[in-house]
Write a protein of this length. Sequence first.
Length: 422
Amino acid sequence: MLQKRGLRLLAALACCALLCACDSLVADGNIEDLLRAPRPSERQNAVQTALNAYLGESLQLKYPRGGGEPDPVIFADLDGDGDEEAAVLYTAPSKGRNVHLSVLEWAEEGWSVAYEVMGLSTEVAEVELAELFEGSVQLCVGYANANLTDKYLEIYDYRDVTIYSACRQPYDAYRIAALTGDGLQLAVACTTTEPGASVLQIFTPDGRSMAARQTAVLDERIERCTGIYPTVCGAMYGLVVDGVTTQGAAAQFFRWQDEAFHPCTDDSEEQALLFSQRPKTLAALTPRDLAGSGEVLAAEAGASVPTLHAARRFYPVDWVDHLSGRPLRRYGVYDEQYGYFLRLPEGWRGQISITAQSDSDWQIRDERGRLLCAVRIDDRAAANGVYVEAARLPEKKLLLNFGEACLPGQISLIRDGVLVLE
């Protein structure tokens, strides 16, 4: 008994010591890094030790908030010589508040700092590597202020033991991709100094820098851009620019034609600019490639369908591609609470009603009140073959039960059209 009490006492003391250590980290403002920073590798530790020795003080690594590279120490062959360099994003007491970037080279005696530059702001929004210039990869860093409202993109080209700036641009959203199928290009969407004015800019590689090739004005209703999505429709290339509006959110379509991106318009509505709208609260309904074909669709969401259990949970949604002459549409219902889209037959549009029996059960019925489809959200498998599993949700399963009024072809379309949105 005494031995057990002693073990309990030791465990309690260990917990207290751990809590005290966490309190110390919170006091030093490092708890965020503690929670999301993975254990560094031996090579990362060696790089950090060398950089600390060079600085003569302890640095703080600056972890990107997003992007393709999650670590503040990035290993890549930046100058194309066949050996990897280490690029480090950090702050240090003597360097001020802005993030700094250092590139370290490896030699027999270890890592050594080759070059360093000061970044454009205090935080790192995103980082990625891209081979924009032949023979080497470039480091693309999105800097930002603390709340990510002001962002600045800088593309670094490391050569001849020197860091050069290949592009420096304020941005709301950017995308590096083969926008027109002919090599990588850079698309940047940003708000200008004029109120309510946002622009889309296209940059292409020119020697060892990125040259501005086009500037297009976005629809004046888009107040701030949140994403850029390259898309294809047959042989046609385009871009979908997603953004925030006064009414909610919207995606505007651009078509590549005559060596430039042009806003898609509707001739039947006096050249009205085409874009898809949705409530701002439906953050998961961003443009996406539903079929994995490269064709990006944007969501048009209608007013919520109220039920006895939820006033704002179910939304009718159309996924639309405005690049083609006859826009492709996929119709269905979005369940905001559980984050999935249930595709429905086009012929059901305006002909169905939605009812919810509980938080986890809801039904679709036709105008005559006949059951078409019953949906159940459960953490258990389908019981007795009445319900069939259609998708896996976080910690739950999406189960479907089809009524006699639902035809075989409609059943297949619904089961194959479930989309879980992240």
